[in-house]
Design a protein around this ligand. Sequence first.
Ligand code: CA
Length: 322
Amino acid sequence: MQRTTLLLIALLLWAGHALAVPETVSLRVTDVTPRSFCLVWMSNVTADPGLEIYADAGMAEDLTDSLKIEVLPDLGATVADAARSKHIFRVRVSGLQAGLKYHVRSLTRDSADSTSIAYSALQAVTTATRVVPYRSEVDGSLGGLSNDMLSFKVYVRPAENGEVFAGVGDLLLLESAQASYPVSAFAGQGIANGEGVLDLNNLFDLSGLSFDSLGNELIGLRVYRGDTLSVLYHLRKLPVDSGRLAVAEPLRGFNRADLNLDGQVDTADFNAFKEQYRLAADDAAFNPDFNFVALSADEIIAADVIDLRDFGWFAGQHGKSE
Ligand SMILES: [Ca+2]
């Protein structure tokens, strides 16, 4: 190879290295209340996260220094360490005004190189209007608006079993078409490792008032898994509210093959199944919802693959309806 060619290749590699900034993956605005909200995202490197918040889309009026900014707020040391090691970030800003539009971007500073900083695109956020602590019951009386808490088990790949942070520090997002923004929670916080607890009382409806869950609303659960930068998506329904501030689990369809929870097993479900076909238990995108026929009754093992066995079971359910 010519010396100039080698030199050009060397220059190219050097430029590529010098220009590399941390990635900003799956950035979302979450946990929006009348006074605060969070930004959540993942990166590919160990980093110090932050955010900048502006009153206007032109970024002329910087509000950042006048507001309270907290990195990984409300977490025990283990969960915070786990989230950091998985490069999963949650930054909260509080001291905001209700029902007001703000503009925000995330900041990801490479811990190994403080000059390497990535900014996300600017996001517009409107804070919730008002917390509604009471609701009128069916019988006309006034009751307390206390939705249940929702617990969800995150998928731990067989290869992760035994790792110090297995099932800890993964981030859960719960979203609904009836809520303006998702709520989030870290696995292992306030509950056993491998599970996350979401507080439905922090959901606000599309008009900016507290979300009042009646049960059976369709929800999406996203699990940020760090390391692989993958996000697992689980469609579920909310259980009927117990009115006792219980910790409940989200519901699947009438039949596990009803992947989109519309009450029938049909082509739409097959199309969802197809996306997962041939994924193995340790693949980043493997979603246990699709592993209909598990090799072990107790847990998913490395040899589990979404394959012909699962398809055979699914095909047997095709055409069934609620
Ligand atoms: Ca279906």
